[in-house]
Ligand binder design. Sequence first.
Ligand SMILES: CC(C)(COP(=O)(O)OP(=O)(O)OC[C@H]1O[C@@H](n2cnc3c(N)ncnc32)[C@H](O)[C@@H]1OP(=O)(O)O)[C@@H](O)C(=O)NCCC(=O)NCCS
Length: 170
Amino acid sequence: MRLRPYAEEDRDLTAQLERDAEVMRHLGGAAPAGRAERVHERRLERRGEEWYRTILAGPDDTPVGVVAVFRTMWEGRDIHELGIMLLPGRALRHGLGAAAVRLVVEEVRAARTVREIHAFIGADNRAAAMVARRTGFRDTGPCALDYEGEPIHCNHWVLPLETGEPAVGE
Ligand SMILES: CC(C)(COP(=O)(O)OP(=O)(O)OC[C@H]1O[C@@H](n2cnc3c(N)ncnc32)[C@H](O)[C@@H]1OP(=O)(O)O)[C@@H](O)C(=O)NCCC(=O)NCCS
């Protein structure tokens, strides 16, 4: 398994992920018409300043998902959030999630510009919670959020990183 930068050729991958009821079960459900296209375009627009990565697996490097660390607003703060989606079939529930998260976190850590990564995980999304725990995130408690406008009851997980910048107040 390896990651490569998200690219124009991943339009169909995003469409498959966003429209799949199983993938989207904990993310507000399968996407309504037009959303996958907007998600794809936003990933391309922001790929210079955020970490959008395509997950490749198998001997033929087949694209099987997307993992990302992207900027978002939360409670009036500009934060970095983790997101990951794997395609059903060869990827979802095959133990790839933690490895993909570790790889993107290492890229973010190496940049030394991000103080912490946040993850908002559906309260009953046990696979995602296990992946978060295994990759060093800490559960800070319940919160209410939305995915692309769909309300989600979730837990707020945080992974602190070293930045090389002094903390506020230091
Ligand atoms: C969340 C996700 C990235 C996890 O990656 P994954 O590779 O599928 O996860 P794994 O196969 O390693 O499963 C993690 C653990 O959860 C367990 N698990 C999986 N599904 C489960 C379920 N429905 N209930 C309980 N445990 C479950 C697995 O058994 C595994 O534990 P084990 O290693 O001890 O056997 C992936 O399932 C996914 O893309 N889900 C859809 C999108 C999503 O919800 N993303 C997260 C948004 S925050």
